[in-house]
Design a protein around this ligand. Structure first.
Ligand SMILES: [Zn+2]
Length: 111
């Protein structure tokens, strides 16, 4: 099945599938099935790795690096904003393992 696609398409396909798995993982978290959600994320991460694709933003930003739980504000993570005049620092704390991620952003939107 995979053989039909050229290399670039395999990567696109992997990202597409990973996105589906990610949304499945989120619905599992909403049901309280954290273990199953983590398994979906694991599969998605392996898919990306196997396809040698760049990790899509939803897997880089939306998943706890430590326990692979999808991070949903108010449910599995706590989001705090800090910053000064130039930068905003978004702090995401995983409520399941306590892992903290800081994402610095410039105040001026670049895109
Ligand atoms: Zn975690």
């Amino acid at each position: 099945m995979v053989g039909k696609y050229r290399k670039k398409s395999i990567k696109d396909l992997a990202v597409q599938r990973a996105r589906i798995l990610y949304s499945l993982a989120i619905s599992e978290v909403e049901k309280g099935e954290y273990e199953r959600a983590r398994r979906y994320i694991d599969v998605a991460l392996r898919l990306i790795e196997k396809a040698n694709a760049r990790k899509p933003i939803f897997l880089r930003r939306g998943v706890c690096k430590n326990c692979h739980t999808p991070l949903i504000p108010g449910l599995t993570c706590r989001v705090r904003l800090r910053g000064n005049r130039k930068h905003i620092i978004v702090t995401k704390t995983c409520l399941l393992c306590g892992w903290v991620r800081r994402i610095p952003c410039r105040r001026k939107a670049e895109k």
